[in-house]
Write a protein that binds this ligand. Sequence first.
Ligand SMILES: O=P(O)(O)OC[C@H]1O[C@H](OP(=O)(O)OP(=O)(O)O)[C@H](O)[C@@H]1O
Ligand code: HPA
Ligand SMILES: [Mg+2]
Length: 178
Amino acid sequence: MKDFVKEVLVSEENIEKRVRELGIQITEDYKGKDLMLVGILKGAAIFMADLARSIDIPVTMDFMAVSSYGNTTQSSGVVRIVKDLDTSIEGKDILIVEDIIDTGLTLGYLTDNLTKRGARSVRICTLLDKPERRKVNVPVDYRGFIIPDEFVVGYGIDYAEKYRNLPYISSLKEEVYS
Ligand SMILES: O=P(O)(O)OC[C@H]1O[C@H](OP(=O)(O)OP(=O)(O)O)[C@H](O)[C@@H]1O
Ligand code: HPA
Ligand SMILES: [Mg+2]
């Protein structure tokens, strides 16, 4: 066990199994539709790569980058678009792919923003959901796991840009923050 890991909350095996299940469900729901996956950088990059390969219909993929956390464990509350989509999404069925929904500020802003661009539908797929921390109510259509109110890292998710390459989801020892 890496010495900065406090507790493994979701194992590599459980992530793999759940991603496969989500892919099957999304494949069913979007058959015959023009599905575009929108991954939210950087946290969702790893989830997006695995999820896309578990979906069995043709999809298009693009990425956006927004930032609200910076190098802290607290959301600033201000969502800023750092990288926008490359193409118009008018008439498309959009599935936003996120690593984690915490306060809901990021996804609340993004759902609104993408809906206003004339998408046919905008839905949300998040690997992790931390409902205890919610400030903005956002409808989650596909959810990997519900987790307790702990700051987590791994499988794409960072603390101060580190630990994204852990293959599982874990909490960090207190000394990492100090
Ligand atoms: O529900 P919220 O409280 O808004 O938090 C969730 C968002 O915060 C993190 O992104 P971050 O700003 O850290 O960017 P990153 O993905 O590049 O790490 C995470 O990846 C989500 O996008
Ligand atoms: O628990 C978290 N870990 C890392 N980044 C985050 N952004 C929102 N919640 C989290
Ligand atoms: Mg982050």
